[in-house]
Ligand binder design. Sequence first.
Ligand SMILES: NC(=O)c1ccc[n+]([C@@H]2O[C@H](COP(=O)([O-])OP(=O)(O)OC[C@H]3O[C@@H](n4cnc5c(N)ncnc54)[C@H](OP(=O)(O)O)[C@@H]3O)[C@@H](O)[C@H]2O)c1
Length: 212
Amino acid sequence: MKIALFGASGGTGTLLTNRCFASGHQVSALLRSPDIFPLREKVDVIYGDACDPHAVLETVRGADVVLSALGARSLGKEDVLERGVPNIVAAMQQTGVHRIIALGSAGALPDSLKKQPFYRRWIVQKILYNTLLRWPVASQIAQYATLSATDLDWTIVMPPMLRNTTARGRYRIDGEALPRNGSSISREDVADFMMQQLTDSQWIRKGVYISL
Ligand SMILES: NC(=O)c1ccc[n+]([C@@H]2O[C@H](COP(=O)([O-])OP(=O)(O)OC[C@H]3O[C@@H](n4cnc5c(N)ncnc54)[C@H](OP(=O)(O)O)[C@@H]3O)[C@@H](O)[C@H]2O)c1
């Protein structure tokens, strides 16, 4: 497949890039700093920013599928999902690309914590989502709202905290809410699950929670 990849230089994006190569896919990657991206020789580089509609259009043009692991580089207000995801949607609609698999977050929907014990729900909501993770959560809410309002074949993969640990290969998947006491997952497992979605229609037009 020809894959348009957003966030290729990030923690999960780098794993996705390598998995695309391993599966024989061709990758066009939008990069803000291609010079320091170690895999730049292997991808079709589009130099630019997700907030630039023209750069996004060039990245998506000719793709079969869009993969996104875009996200803010800090816990502050960065707006990359608020500004970049509408550009991706517009580019897909303009070029007739239908399928997008995006990395989201367990904090994107109000019901995400409904399977957690009361004390854990309180801590995560009050201490994390409402304070420390306020801006990333707001961005993920925006990404979910943007993609789910389209008629694209979207899938939003919604993990809790991402870790740079090796893949377990076994994790819980839930279409309703974050699995009980689910608090983290390896980026490798997330990348593997996202790659599976390239050929699996089960979670089309759905958000799906994954967690250890
Ligand atoms: N960290 C967690 O525990 C956690 C938990 C759940 C969900 N998530 C979500 O998962 C996603 C990926 O997380 P991650 O930690 O793997 O990613 P990451 O390492 O933070 O990388 C983010 C990627 O987005 C790119 N990016 C940011 N702003 C951009 C812009 N304006 N234009 C183009 N590219 C831009 C970065 O490019 P540069 O290299 O140019 O900066 C980088 O490739 C994010 O949406 C995050 O919110 C994270």
